[in-house]
Ligand binder design. Structure first.
Ligand code: PAF
Length: 287
């Protein structure tokens, strides 16, 4: 695996792949890799001739009181994992390389960026779309892989790609869960044993929503209220939101007609966690 800290070296390597007529996949990450990330790498390996991953803890997507400073970082371990998966290139720039002094240009997907996590994390999605645009310009992948766990991020990136005509396909990969249902996240590393148990409130709440949906309930408020009640049974967790929204526009729904996204965010101690399930006639993520 070749590791590139500079934009010019990364670009030279990816251009060589593209000029050879090969299909290049990109898996953008902030490191602290877990099985969820590795599932993205495996999807990329199965669909592409060459795979680039990036590790960059993007300061632009963290609010002033968020966990940028303590975000888990273990570059050597991440490199070992990526090497084992057969990743060809790792782009690992410094903050100065990505945001040189005087950088003032941002990418905002209006409207969508204020929904779900965007409400309680102002500026978060603007930070994500800005860095992902830069990664797309630097690496120029044919296809980029993102986890369904960040469903709002995925919808926002898809819209950005459509609106700005990025020549990249976006592939969504399923949520990877621990054996008890907790969605894998780099932030799970913050949880102590008691918080780890309490974190299951998110999964239990979504499971209740899924059950009611499977029984035929289509009223969004009824579905959301049932999920919130289950979440609130866990006294050590604090609900941020549980919403039933359109998976593309992220607009709140009153009734689920075709497909809906049931998305939840909550705090366990100081750790903010998210999870979601897609409600659709054809698919049950928990089965
Ligand atoms: O999902 C993430 O890990 C980050 O938001 C991303 C897409 C790598 C951008 O920093």
């Amino acid at each position: 695996m070749q590791i590139f800290p500079t934009i010019s070296d990364m670009r030279a390597a990816s251009r060589a792949v593209l000029h050879a007529g090969k299909r290049l996949g990109l898996v953008p990450t902030m490191g602290a890799l877990h099985e969820g990330h590795l599932s993205l790498i495996r999807a990329a390996k199965s669909q592409c001739d060459a795979v680039a991953a990036s590790i960059f803890v993007n300061p632009l997507q963290f609010g002033p009181n968020e966990d940028l400073a303590k975000y888990p970082r273990d570059f050597d371990r991440d490199c070992e994992l990526l090497k084992k998966e057969g990743v060809d290139f790792l782009f690992a720039p410094s903050v100065e390389e990505m945001y040189p002094a005087g950088a003032v240009t941002h990418v905002t997907v209006e409207g969508l960026s204020d929904k779900l996590c965007g409400k309680s994390r102002p500026g978060h999605f603007r930070g994500v779309t800005t860095v992902v645009s830069k990664l797309f310009h630097i690496v120029e992948p044919d296809v980029a892989f993102f986890g369904q766990k960040d469903a709002a991020q995925l919808a926002i990136i898809r819209r950005m790609v459509r609106d700005l005509n990025f020549p990249v396909e976006i592939e969504a990969c399923p949520i990877i869960r621990e054996s008890d249902g907790l969605a894998m996240s780099s932030r799970n590393a913050y949880l102590n044993a008691q918080e780890r148990k309490a974190a299951l409130a998110l999964y239990r709440a979504l499971k209740r929503v899924q059950e009611l949906f499977d029984q035929g309930e289509r009223n969004a408020a009824t579905l959301a209220d049932a999920g919130k009640r289950v979440f609130k049974e866990e006294k050590s967790a604090r609900l941020d939101y549980l919403e039933i929204v359109d998976p593309d526009s992220l607009e709140a729904l009153t009734e689920v007609k075709k497909t809906a996204l049931a998305a939840v965010a909550g705090f366990v101690g100081t750790t903010r966690l998210i999870d979601n399930v897609v409600l659709s006639g054809e698919e049950n993520a928990f089965r």
